[in-house]
Design a protein around this ligand. Structure first.
Ligand code: FES
Length: 207
């Protein structure tokens, strides 16, 4: 399954396709969230908007191998109730006793029926205050959400090399050849898109 949000030329063209149409698809490219390094640890998943799409696969992997991890916390937010994706999965996760799910929408994005939190994702991370003890954070969402979430995690005591997040640079070739996506010496398409907060801190502030 492939999830996308219509934001530009390519996704508009995708949106215009119909069942049965043919399209080309290259990939996947780049690296991944290294769940295999996180066994026996507490996992904290933090996602915003369509950023739940890549994190959702990692969550399902962790839940398939649930006994290999300690506590699992998921914090997910979107601009409005209508912008929350994978609502069926969110309902399933909310029912599970082996994980803690926090859902939030930005102020003004709630409906009268909304029972979750109201507040921006970084604020809710601060409120949830997941323990940083033997924990890894996996963060994916809009750059502004990531920018304000990383300092909260730092304040909670998460080591920079235990915080994994993604960069969203514009890409063309996806193969480390065209130079469209690089930040300093790093090609986001080939060396990323997943980086630790420690790796990001060593890069020039061009992303
Ligand atoms: S997209 Fe071409 S080098 Fe990364």
């Amino acid at each position: 399954m492939c999830t996308f949000k219509t934001v530009g030329k390519a996704t508009r063209a995708l949106r215009g396709l119909n069942v049965g149409d043919t399209m080309g698809f290259r990939g996947p490219y780049g690296n991944h969230f290294p769940l295999e390094q996180m066994e026996k640890a507490n996992l904290v998943f933090i996602a915003g908007g369509i950023g739940l799409a890549p994190v959702r696969c990692v969550i399902w992997n962790a839940l398939d191998l649930r006994d290999r991890f300690d506590q699992v916390t998921i914090i997910y937010g979107a601009r409005s109730v209508g912008d929350l994706v994978y609502k069926r999965e969110l309902e399933e996760w909310a029912k599970r006793s082996d994980l803690k799910l926090w859902q939030t929408v930005d102020p003004g994005g709630e409906t009268p029926e909304w029972k979750g939190e109201i507040g921006f994702v970084p604020t809710i991370v601060e409120k949830a205050a997941p323990s940083s003890n033997n924990a890894y954070a996996i963060v994916c969402g809009p750059p502004i959400m990531i920018k304000f979430t990383l300092p909260v995690l730092e304040k909670l005591g998460f080591a920079p090399d235990h915080v994994y997040t993604t960069l969203e640079n514009r890409m063309k070739c996806g193969l480390g050849k065209c130079g469209r996506c690089n930040v300093g010496p790093v090609y986001v398409c080939k060396d990323g898109p997943v980086f630790t907060a420690a790796q990001l801190a060593a890069l020039p502030a061009e992303y």
